[in-house]
Design a protein around this ligand. Structure first.
Ligand code: SF4
Length: 495
């Protein structure tokens, strides 16, 4: 079996993902979404830009024919060419370390750069380099760079001095492979065992790593069928490990667990233990539960209320849309106001128009938003465009973070306390089923490239729906608090 650097990278991100890449049913895999395609295109463009500085030779082989690729690469290395792009290195394992006799390891460093030194071909050796779109030397990059170096050391019969990461807009980063080698080999051994013996890793849905994975829907359905604990907010992989040791692996067993029995687990404590059991009870009964100890917020209702959401493009560093839904309870009207920077250069104008609206036109209304990004961005843009700091603080003082109040006030039967999950549970749905934050970034870039107004319009609709969702959640929360009252909330849970 060939264990490639690509498979190893998937394993570093998620053990299950490497397994599914090899043994999963391709019909269960989704095509990459627009945002992922954008990242791939950006990565290709970045690679081309870096390669302009190199005079390289590319070995001749059919894609995926790693045996032919390795032979062609080794022939170039034996000739001593200065720089090889997209070479293939194939080895049963370097330095006498035979991790698994059924495996051959395939490394595909972006560049192999000739250096003075020693190799089986003469007084030269090669150092590997990876070209990365990211700016930070993430651990996974460093481990793959160390893997490349390890395979290369066997192919050229000498451990090179360095392995490099070519990060975007940064100087080349030299990986301290001596620090990483042991860790890399240990993980590689686990990867080899999983793949050779076909041990299917358990599903564990973790939003931060599953979000861009092609197997996301398949794994989510699997987790739903199992009523898997990873679908409960607060159950991290580490906490799940401790729960498993107590044979608590399902929502049903967790909901019946006494919180006291979890309190002393590492990373738990009384609050987390209680919250986790409450979360399991809410999920099991599909019912929102009030808090046990945290005071509930006052009922929130004003004659005029503003609901606010920002869209931004992080690569360009531009906040290009400030969307505000103005709800006037006196008149019974709901009006959406999008302040759009149609070009990144218009950001300041868009910012000032937004400020005028929220500070001058509706200077008394509370501004509801979801999470801290909106208030953080107010301060950032205020500094960037020299807005009076007092004015910014007065504005931020009117902000009400609905995410904060939901998480402090109620335990909901949702998989996460993201706006989409909460609002959907309440019954709200977005008009455009494809829309999300990442997709909005893609649409904005497309709008800038093509001038296709439909792309911008989709973002505005999505942004309006985010504001409306925030409104629905706020209304629901106010109703929930009102219907219980602080004492009845506590009584119900302790009864
Ligand atoms: S969806 Fe998540 S759990 Fe499934 S393979 Fe991908 S990263 Fe792993």
């Amino acid at each position: 079996m060939l264990l490639t650097d690509d498979l190893f990278l998937q394993y570093l991100r998620c053990h299950r993902r490497a397994f599914l890449e090899l043994y999963g049913d391709p019909d269960h895999r989704e095509a990459p979404g627009d945002y992922l395609k954008k990242i791939i295109a950006d990565s290709t463009a970045n690679r081309k830009a870096v390669l302009r500085d190199y005079d390289y030779i590319r070995p001749d082989y059919e894609a995926k024919d790693f045996v032919a690729g390795a032979a062609a690469t080794e022939a170039l290395m034996a000739q001593g060419v200065d720089c090889i792009y997209k070479g293939v290195l194939l080895s049963p394992g370097a330095g006498g370390i035979d991790l698994n006799e059924n495996l051959q390891y395939v490394a595909k460093p972006d560049l192999l750069v000739r250096q003075p030194g020693y190799s089986k071909w003469g007084d030269w050796e090669y150092e590997p380099a990876q070209i990365k779109l990211g700016r930070r030397p993430k651990l996974e990059y460093q481990l793959i760079a160390t893997f490349n170096l390890w395979v290369l050391s066997d192919v050229q019969s000498n451990m090179p001095e360095a392995t490099w990461l070519m990060l975007r807009d940064r100087e080349p980063f030299c990986v301290l492979w001596e620090d990483r080698l042991e860790q890399m080999l240990e993980i590689l051994e686990g990867c080899g065992t999983t793949l050779v013996h076909q041990h299917e890793p358990e599903v564990f849905v973790a939003r931060n790593r599953c979000g861009l994975c092609d197997w996301q829907n398949f794994c989510h359905e699997t987790a739903l069928e199992q009523r898997h604990l990873s679908l409960l907010p607060g159950v991290t992989p580490k906490r799940y490990g401790f729960l498993k040791e107590l044979s608590i692996t399902t929502v049903e067993t967790l909901r019946q667990t006494k919180p006291k029995s979890l309190e002393n687990l590492p990373g738990f404590g009384p609050d987390v233990a209680q919250k986790m059991v409450d979360q399991a009870q809410a999920s099991w009964s599909d019912r929102a539960l009030p808090p046990r100890t945290v005071p509930m917020p006052p009922v929130m209702r004003s004659p005029v209320e503003l609901y606010f959401d920002i869209e931004a493009e992080p690569e360009l560093g531009v906040a290009f849309l400030h969307g505000v839904l103005a709800v006037d309870h006196r008149l019974g009207t709901e009006t959406f106001h999008p302040f759009v920077a149609e070009h990144p250069d218009d950001e300041q104008q868009c910012w000032e128009e937004f400020l005028h609206f929220v500070c001058e036109v509706h200077g008394d209304a509370p501004v509801y938003h979801f999470c801290s990004y909106e208030s953080d961005t107010m301060r950032r843009l205020g500094r960037l465009y020299g807005t009076d700091a007092v004015k910014i603080e007065q504005l931020v003082d009117r902000f009400v973070d609905i995410h904060y109040w939901v998480t402090q006030t109620v335990t909901m039967p949702v998989e996460s306390y993201a706006l989409k999950h909460i609002a959907r549970w309440i019954g709200f749905d977005w008009r455009d089923s494809e829309a999300n934050g990442a997709q909005a970034i893609f649409w904005y870039v497309e709008w800038l490239k093509t001038g296709d107004r439909a792309q911008l319009d989709r973002i505005i609709i999505y942004n309006e729906d985010d504001c409306r969702a925030t409104y629905i959640v706020k209304e629901w929360l106010a109703e929930f608090v009102w219907s219980l009252g602080p004492d009845s909330a506590k009584t119900e849970l302790t009864a």
